[in-house]
Each structure stands twice: as structure tokens, then as C-alpha cells.
Design a protein around this ligand. Structure first.
Ligand code: FPP
Length: 224
């Protein structure tokens, strides 16, 4: 959800103002998913690299996440959204972790939309943590190292059980992956849009989906 800072600066406001405006877009995009045939949505809210931002921006974002959860819980549950958080919980505030756990527990049986929120997430960090889990299983004799495959390794990632993304959308004109779902996006389509996240409306989202729908996906095979 890139571009919040630039959106705010362009209006002579603090960066946090942009993050707040971005939060409102999350609701709009989430609500548009069922109508667009989107069953799984993952949003990148805070990366393992975002701790390098100023302490005031980091703490402002953490407060925003807590407020977002408090404010959106009922609507998410009423709309049948199953929420899951990915990323490392290390370094996160205890109050936030409790709210994340409660939201996951409350919505775990919902099945209209599977919303994954990446907080303190980095693709490399996720792969390293998954490797630690695998190593622990092997060392304990519960897993035979020779049987590990790309498919079984995926079961140790934070996204275990979720399908790989068909489409990854990056906003704000940046054409980088920036450590997002590195393992899972091996065969994803990418859409890079100029729109800053606070301007990313349901219409822009629908345009991205229709552009994706027109693409031919070969997954390394030959067609025709
Ligand atoms: C990146 O834009 C955006 C973030 C680091 C924060 C995203 C968070 C929200 C939109 C709040 C919604 C919260 C939840 C839990 C769904 P940037 O600051 O890098 O923008 P810039 O590149 O213009 O500086």
C-alpha cells in the first residue's frame, strides 16, 4: 500500500495523515472483493524494513493498526471476512498482538473473503523463520530432510494453507517487489500502477483485475 507519505506531503500534511487516508481505502477495497470475484486479498501494511522510519511514524502506524482493528472488527465479521496476520510478532506491541489474535479467533470460520494483513512482514524473514521451523523438526527426528520439497516447505511459511497470489499490485509508480511474498509470487502476475495508495479506489482495483484477466498465464509451460 505504497504512496501514503507522498500523498500527504503533496497536501502539506504529516505522513501519518496519508496512512489514515490509506486505511479508509483498505475498507473500500475489501468491500469490493466479493463483487470482483476476489476470494483472497493480502495487504502489506508494515515491512520488516519499516522500523527504520522515524519513531513517531512507527508509533503512529502501530496506533493506527490498533484503531483500525477496533473500528473494523464488526464490519469485517458481519461481512464474512476471515482475517489472518502474517509476519513476525517479535517487536510488536503486546496490545496489538492481543487484538490481532482476537480478530483471527473471531473471524476464523468466515469464508466470504480471506484477508491477510502483513505486519512486520518481510519475505526473506519469513523464509528464514520457516527454515528455522524445518530445522527444528529435522533435529527432533520428526522430519526426514530428504523428503523436503518446494510444496512441503510452503507448509512452514506464514501463508501455509493459502493459495499463491495470482496477481500482485504495487501502487505509487514503484516497480520493485520490496520483500513481499517472495516465495509465493514465483508465478504471480504483476501490475504496477501510478496511483498512490490513498487514491486507490474500487474502480482502480477493478481496472487492475480486468487487465489481469486478459493475460495468458503459462506457469513455465508452452501453450497453443
Ligand atoms: C507505505 O507508504 C505504507 C505504509 C508503510 C503503511 C500502510 C498502512 C495503512 C494503509 C493503514 C491500514 C492498516 C491496516 C491494518 C490494514 P509510504 O509511507 O512508503 O509512502 P511513500 O512511499 O509515499 O513515502
Amino acid at each position: 500500500m505504497d504512496g501514503n507519505g507522498r500523498w500527504a506531503t503533496a497536501r502539506g500534511k504529516q505522513r501519518l495523515f496519508g496512512h489514515q487516508a490509506g486505511g479508509a481505502r483498505v475498507r473500500e477495497v475489501v468491500e469490493s472483493c466479493p463483487g470482483l470475484g476476489v476470494k483472497y486479498l493480502t495487504v502489506f501494511a508494515f515491512s520488516t524494513e519499516n522500523w527504520k522510519r522515524s519513531p513517531s511514524e512507527v508509533s503512529g502506524l502501530m496506533t493506527l493498526f490498533r484503531r483500525y482493528i477496533a473500528k473494523e472488527t464488526k464490519a469485517l465479521d458481519d461481512n464474512g471476512v476471515c482475517v489472518r496476520f502474517i509476519g513476525s510478532r517479535e517487536r510488536l506491541d503486546g496490545r496489538l498482538i492481543t487484538m490481532m489474535d482476537q480478530l483471527e479467533e473471531l473471524t476464523k470460520d468466515n469464508d466470504v473473503l480471506y484477508l491477510t494483513v502483513a505486519i512486520n512482514y518481510g519475505g526473506r524473514d519469513e523464509i528464514a523463520r520457516a527454515t528455522q521451523r524445518v530445522a527444528i523438526e529435522v533435529a527432533a527426528g520428526r522430519l526426514d530432510a530428504a523428503t523436503i520439497t518446494a510444496e512441503t516447505f510452503g507448509n512452514y511459511l506464514d501463508t501455509a494453507g493459502l493459495p499463491d497470489p495470482d496477481l500482485v499490485i504495487r501502487t505509487s509508480g514503484e516497480a520493485r517487489v520490496s520483500n513481499f511474498l517472495l516465495w509465493q509470487s514465483a508465478y504471480s502476475e504483476f501490475e504496477f500502477v501510478q496511483t498512490l495508495w490513498p487514491d486507490f479506489s474500487a474502480e482502480v482495483f477493478a481496472d487492475c483485475i480486468s487487465s489481469f484477466a486478459g493475460r495468458e498465464r503459462r506457469f513455465g509451460a508452452v501453450t497453443g
